[in-house]
Design a protein around this ligand. Structure first.
Ligand code: S3P
Length: 456
């Protein structure tokens, strides 16, 4: 699937240069965009989406919802429309659904398909085919779905897989064994098609876009405190109504130009309309603890989500300890935080990062390999990542050193390009094409701020 202005295959080089300056917006939030398309397909009537992320991952979700019978269209001005089929109204797709690089598409869709009484085949790219699906299949099997998957002998359940939804779903109460909004969401979506109440218990708060947006579409979702966390309950078989959704800019994407501004002397960058859901904002808390000049202006609420404008100005950073309980609120931001930590004075200890091993790549290993290649001292100790900042510009890649491997991981690619903009030497990443999955226009936007990034 190609996106206009897509990044060509091959190495991409980021060179240190002048300060970055400008006021920008970044594309729409990926998590919210997937959900808007999916929930629109499950609703009756029309859903109108403004600010949808037009990245490859979200295009995969749009294509999947079309294949399942929803009508999904785009106006010339970038407004998207979904005419839903109602809960229980999806139809068997005629072909395999290819979810590309997108774990959120695959896992949330499995939740929807768990109560769709037909068989659907799902696959993905080389990265997604390595990612564990057992975490969603286990609870969905308890509801009544059946899976036939690769890797089952090792208990892994990998794509490609076939799911057959059940016509007689059973409501469950399920305690999440891992802090994962994708697993939570898959169960809640299966709960929509199940009579009675389906409950997910989460010990650590993960992003709650599913809960907020399901309510916006008319579902009853309640949250109750439990002794060790919270119980989220959805009442099954509601009629969802098509709604208007305004997607805020993605805080996970905003992180790249903002951290670049912190690290490059003399820089100042503002990103407007950024989603500031507290369950996503851990990076900004951490950067402030590190001494970063990060300010939020015009805080407001749009379509149930807090948003604001974030400004970052070049700052001297110090190392901090990032506690494990903060991980869910910044789970996608550790690659760029690790780059920031390389420039800080002293150690940054990031605790409890086991989940990074099962992202688009094994991010713990990809971060450590990339930082070492850039002359940064880094240690992976169990699930902890420790970066030894020297309080100065990190070296970057020396001449003749091989490009940094990105392993089909957009955030590894963007993080190490930011490293090259701020380091003493340039950096080269082996492949930047995955950036289009979440941040179409990244290179042009960074160049517009003054960054020297070249495709060869
Ligand atoms: C997401 C949840 C997170 C995150 C991913 C998007 C979501 O994954 O890493 O990029 O939209 O629910 P996990 O649920 O696996 O932590």
């Amino acid at each position: 699937m190609t996106v206009t202005g897509a990044i060509p295959p091959g190495p991409v080089t980021a060179r240190p240069g002048k300060a970055l300056a400008g006021d920008i917006t970044v594309p729409g939030d990926k998590s919210i965009s997937h959900r808007a398309l999916m929930f629109g397909a499950l609703a009756v009537g029309e859903t109108v989406i403004h600010g949808l992320l037009e990245g490859e991952d979200v295009h995969r979700t749009a294509a999947a919802m079309r294949a399942l019978g929803a009508e999904v269209t785009r106006d010339k001005d970038g407004t998207w429309h979904v005419r839903g089929r109602g809960i229980g109204g999806l139809s068997e797709p005629a072909d395999v659904l290819d979810m590309g690089n997108s774990g959120t598409s695959a896992r949330l869709l499995l939740g929807i398909l768990a109560t769709a009484p037909f068989t659907t085949f799902l696959t993905g790219d080389a990265s997604l085919r390595r990612r564990p699906m057992a975490r969603v299949a286990t609870p969905l099997e308890r509801i009544g779905a059946r899976f036939l998957a690769r890797g089952a002998a090792d208990g892994k359940l990998l794509l490609p897989l076939a799911i057959t939804g059940t016509a007689d779903p059973l409501p469950i109460s399920y305690t999440l064994p891992v802090a994962s909004a994708q697993v939570k969401s898959a169960i809640l979506l299966a709960g929509l098609g199940t009579p009675g109440e389906t409950t997910v218990i989460e010990k650590a708060p993960t992003r709650d876009h599913t809960e907020l947006m399901l309510r916006h579409f008319g579902a009853t979702v309640t949250v109750a405190k439990t002794p060790d966390g919270s119980a989220i309950t959805v009442v099954g078989q509601p009629e969802l109504s098509g709604r208007s959704v305004q997607v805020p800019a993605d805080p996970s994407s905003a992180a790249f130009p903002l951290v670049a501004a912190l690290l490059i002397p003399g820089s100042r960058v503002t990103v407007s309309n950024v989603g500031l859901n507290p369950r996503r904002a851990g990076l900004y808390d951490t950067l402030r603890e590190m001494g970063a000049d990060v300010t939020i202006s015009r805080p407001r609420t749009e379509a149930g989500e807090p948003v604001g404008d974030i400004t970052a100005a070049a700052s001297e950073l110090k190392g901090v300890e990032v506690p494990p309980e903060r991980a869910p609120s910044m789970i996608d931001e550790y690659p760029i935080l690790a780059v920031a930590a390389s420039f800080a004075r002293g150690d940054t200890k990031m605790r409890g990062l086991g989940e990074l091993r099962v992202k688009e790549s094994d991010r713990l290993s990809a971060i450590a390999t990339g930082l070492k290649a850039c002359g940064v001292e880094v240690l992976v100790d169990g699930d902890d990542l420790i970066v030894r900042g020297k309080g100065a510009r990190a070296a970057g890649l020396s001449a003749g050193v091989a490009p940094i491997p990105t392993h089909l991981d957009h955030r590894i690619a963007m993080s190490f390009l930011v490293m090259g903009l701020a380091a003493q030497n340039a950096t080269v990443v082996d492949d930047a094409t995955p950036i289009d999955t979440s941040f179409p226009g990244f290179l042009a936007l960074m160049r517009g701020l003054g960054a020297d990034i070249a495709t060869s």
